[in-house]
Design a protein around this ligand. Structure first.
Ligand SMILES: NC(=O)c1ccc[n+]([C@@H]2O[C@H](COP(=O)([O-])OP(=O)(O)OC[C@H]3O[C@@H](n4cnc5c(N)ncnc54)[C@H](O)[C@@H]3O)[C@@H](O)[C@H]2O)c1
Ligand SMILES: O=C(O)[C@H](O)COP(=O)(O)O
Length: 387
């Protein structure tokens, strides 16, 4: 029996794909796996029983990845599963920044019960007039799952699109519309574009990447859209930019005391992935990843351990070892198994940064003494018997 805990509500369609071998528990301390969306996990203590954390979403800045890796806890996310939901809201954000729909709708609500509202609206509507996005230049920083969809959609709306991503994946590059201009520097985006949207993960290297220096290069009346994370942007500098008339609008999906209610800022309460479809997709993918890891030891879409897949175990035994990426680990495992006269029928070892993962299938089952011996090897962080 496996136990899982949910730190946020996770869509039922995903949870329903857990079999009767799974039990939901209220306390993380009792869990083999945790499912989470944006709940902050940095200050949590993780029990030794915890094997996996699945982020039903993209951003993993709420999870202490290194601390988890060190404890042999594999952290998964669900790449692309909510990308369409975010793309649609980014397009809405561009339209809301271009035309004062929000101001107009708010004005109408102040006229409740006014029998002359239709006439008055015709006199007043000019206060809420705007411009169109067709023909404008959009710069997309970060061409991953979301950035590619936004860039492609914007070309279909008649925008001239520039894309910047020095680490773009081959898959993402294949999916980009041919008409998108490849920017080799972020500066080109800052200098050329009327709308700038960022879709990069929050990491030390990307924190405050949109700052005073970046803003100073931007065009007058630029619109900045941030559906990635608030800390990617120096928001004090943005508010100053709005006050100076340099920035027309800042559209952001992450409310905080700096931006809530600020002039020229459209703040959305983190709704990018809050669609039925995105929530379902993320939950289904997260549960699938957790099940494959707990039941078979396979890793797909982890952000702190390598991808590693040996399928379903057809052999008598399978052990999985989370370990440091240091020399001679495999040599030590194989010689320990040989000491116990265990024959290896299949094996895979992969590494990612400082961490590595090994799956070993054996021709007979591995007993507790063998596991104890393997666990005593320096650099082993966690060991699990799958079969
Ligand atoms: N508003 C929401 O509800 C919502 C929903 C999903 C994701 N997000 C946020 O959006 C981010 C992006 O999501 P995604 O699914 O597209 O992720 P992704 O991993 O598919 O794409 C991120 C891209 O950013 C690129 N990148 C990294 N550093 C860069 C840099 N310095 N300059 C330019 N490009 C850089 C990477 O190469 C990658 O292609 C997530 O990390 C998350 O923080 C927000
Ligand atoms: O990174 C993400 O996937 C988004 O920010 C969505 O977060 P949420 O699952 O809490 O809505």
């Amino acid at each position: 029996m496996f136990k899982y805990n949910c730190l946020n509500p996770i869509a039922n369609i995903g949870l329903e794909s857990f079999t009767e071998e799974y039990q939901k528990v209220e306390n993380l301390q009792d869990a083999d796996a945790v499912l989470v969306r944006s709940a902050a996990m940095h200050d949590l203590d993780f029990p030794n029983s915890l094997h996996a954390i699945a982020r039903a979403g993209a951003g993993v800045n709420n999870i202490p990845l290194e601390k988890c890796a060190e404890k042999g806890i594999v952290v998964f996310n669900t790449p692309g599963a909510n990308a369409n939901g975010v793309k649609e809201l980014v397009i809405a954000g561009m339209l809301l920044a271009s035309r004062d729909v929000i101001g107009g709708v708010n004005w109408v609500s102040t006229q409740k019960g006014n029998p002359d509202i239709a006439k008055l609206a015709e006199k007043t509507k000019n206060n809420f007039a705007g411009s169109e996005i067709r023909g404008k230049k959009l710069g997309v920083i970060g061409l991953g799952a979301i950035g590619v969809l936004v860039a492609n959609a914007a070309t279909h709306l008649g925008m001239e699109v520039y894309g910047y991503d020095p680490y773009v994946s081959v898959d993402a590059a294949w999916n980009l519309s041919r008409g998108i201009k490849h920017s080799k520097t972020a500066e080109e985006i800052y200098k050329e574009c009327d709308f700038i949207t960022i879709h990069v993960p929050l990491m030390d290297a990307t924190k405050k990447m949109i700052n005073e220096a970046a803003i100073s290069m931007m065009k007058e009346s630029v619109v900045i859209l941030n559906f990635a994370r608030d800390l990617l942007v120096d928001e004090e500098a943005v508010i100053q930019g709005v006050a100076d008339g340099k920035i027309k609008k800042y559209v952001v999906d992450f409310p905080n005391p700096t931006t809530a209610g600020a002039d020229g800022v459209i703040v959305i309460p983190h709704l990018g992935a809050s669609t039925e479809e995105s929530e379902d997709n993320c939950a289904i993918m997260a549960v699938k990843e957790v099940r494959d890891y707990l039941e078979n030891g396979n890793i797909k879409n982890s952000v702190n351990y390598p991808a590693c897949d040996m399928g379903i175990c057809e052999n008598a035994g399978r052990i999985c070892i989370n370990h440091k990426n240091i020399p001679n680990m495999i040599g030590q495992y194989t010689s320990k198994l040989a000491q116990f006269n265990l024959n290896i029928s299949d094996m895979i070892n992969k590494s990612k940064g400082d961490y590595a993962y090994t799956i070993i299938d054996t021709e007979s089952q591995v007993n507790a003494d063998v596991i104890k011996e393997l666990a005593s090897i320096s650099g082993v962080l966690k060991i699990r018997v799958i079969k």
